[in-house]
Ligand binder design. Structure first.
Ligand SMILES: [Zn+2]
Length: 213
């Protein structure tokens, strides 16, 4: 082998093995390379601390970080006030750093539905399919409060990094009771989110962009 061939092979190896894979993983998992934080210390570093020293909500933090993320085109979301009462909403209040990830998740859910229906399903058919499964019904995102499982720490809803879905049929209780499908949880997981199915008291309505909290 001459020098040029050796050089080419080294470069090729570098890009296929060393550089490409980790780089592609980060891009595939999160658009802005926001990696899922583990524990409250990493959560505070990434998203900021929503609390004042006295425990009240820091309004300046809220103004700087919380926005209403609208779903991608085609979607219609509802706030599930109670099982029989749905209120159309423009979007879900959450931390600005999760807006792109939220859009990607809902795009993947939409595409999954469209694929299941087949024959290049119309937007109306996709919306009806999602609505039948109540995948368009939220219990809310940002909500400044203590954790329901441990009142010495803030809920991840207080950071705007947790969202509840169809709470009426996916309650926070033992034993695990859920209607949200496994493929739906898998899509969230692909984008770096975890969920409450494994909590001591299962909370399947709950998805969060964090582990260890
Ligand atoms: Zn929740």
């Amino acid at each position: 082998m001459n020098e040029r061939v050796v050089c080419f092979l080294i470069v090729k190896l570098y890009f296929t093995n060393s550089l490409k894979l980790p780089f592609m993983d980060i891009i595939a998992t999160n658009n802005l390379a926001v990696t899922t934080p583990n524990g409250y210390s990493e959560i505070n570093t990434l998203f900021g601390n929503p609390a004042n020293h006295d425990g009240t909500l820091n309004k300046a933090w809220e103004a700087a970080n919380i926005l209403v993320a609208e779903p991608p085109a085609g979607w219609k979301l509802y706030y599930q006030n109670s099982p029989g009462s749905l209120i159309p909403v423009r979007g879900i209040a959450m931390h600005r750093l999760l807006k792109d990830s939220f859009t990607q998740v809902l795009t993947d859910i939409w595409d999954y539905a469209k694929n299941q229906i087949g024959n290049n399903a119309s937007d109306d058919l996709v919306r009806n399919w999602l609505h039948d499964k109540r995948l368009d019904q939220t219990g809310g995102g940002f909500n400044y409060r203590k954790s329901s499982g441990n009142n010495t720490v803030l809920s991840l809803h207080a950071y705007g990094i947790a969202i509840d879905w169809d709470p009426a049929h996916n309650p926070h209780q033992k034993p695990l009771t859920k209607t949200l499908p496994d493929w739906w949880f898998d899509i969230w997981s692909t984008h770096g989110w975890t969920d409450g199915r494994h909590f001591n008291t299962p909370d399947p309505m709950h998805v969060q962009f964090a582990t260890g909290a």
